[in-house]
Write a protein that binds this ligand. Sequence first.
Ligand SMILES: NC(=O)c1ccc[n+]([C@@H]2O[C@H](COP(=O)([O-])OP(=O)(O)OC[C@H]3O[C@@H](n4cnc5c(N)ncnc54)[C@H](O)[C@@H]3O)[C@@H](O)[C@H]2O)c1
Length: 253
Amino acid sequence: MMISYDFTGRHAVVTGAGGGMGEAITLALLAAGASVTGIDLKPRPDSLGGFGDRLAYCQGDLSDAEFVTTTITAAGTARGGIDYLANVAGVLWFGRDASALDMDMAVWDQVFAINLRAVALTARAAVPFMRKTGRGGAMVHFSTVQWYRGDPKPQDAYQASKAGVCALSKSLAMQLAAEGIRSNAVCPGMTLTPLQARWDSDDVLKAVADYAPLGRIGTAQDMANATLFLLSDAASYITGIELAVDGGLLMRM
Ligand SMILES: NC(=O)c1ccc[n+]([C@@H]2O[C@H](COP(=O)([O-])OP(=O)(O)OC[C@H]3O[C@@H](n4cnc5c(N)ncnc54)[C@H](O)[C@@H]3O)[C@@H](O)[C@H]2O)c1
């Protein structure tokens, strides 16, 4: 079930546009009439071909501050403003991301640079262009339901950086509310994307699905649905929240 939105004439910046959720969000925004600047380390997925000048796909590293600033400034200048920012990119490095007590702190720093610092960098670059439109703006930042709980198999850099995403989102929401610029976080539950390549057999997939109270694994489309709602004017009275999109997982965590 999809609700249709009309984002004609609006411009969105989406990070992680080459990944599972970012690709679905980019496609949904394009289908709703928006133009999009997609950012990712990976090359452009085939599905994002054929949109002409409505899509600018920029390949690069979000931990590179100069790349982020240059790319978003170029997008805002070319489009005459930015309406939406979706921070979807993120990394969960199984094995290397472990306990804060003994993991490699160079890995910690890299995870924080991608998962949290890039959120600050993209917001710094995009907000001046949201102000420029004179019609406010909206941001959605991807965290995880994982940040609400402790983990016997810790991935502490992921967990702490994603908690930081929620905190930063709330702080931006407070700072920008008077200007009509909203900021919300999405906390996905277990969602089938390339990030979860470890779910590699039918048995594992069934166990993951059974663990969610709604009895299925989340899809990238579920996340796109929530993101478009939060970006849209239908959510114009919602800012500073974390929306769990998790099949009810939080109830049992
Ligand atoms: N899949 C899940 O179960 C799940 C659960 C909770 C939260 N999340 C979060 O949802 C978001 C989207 O995840 P996904 O499942 O679509 O994962 P994904 O791995 O398919 O997509 C993430 C994208 O981010 C990009 N990226 C990573 N580092 C980058 C960098 N330095 N510069 C530019 N791009 C970079 C990757 O290339 C990838 O395309 C992430 O923030 C993730 O932490 C996912």
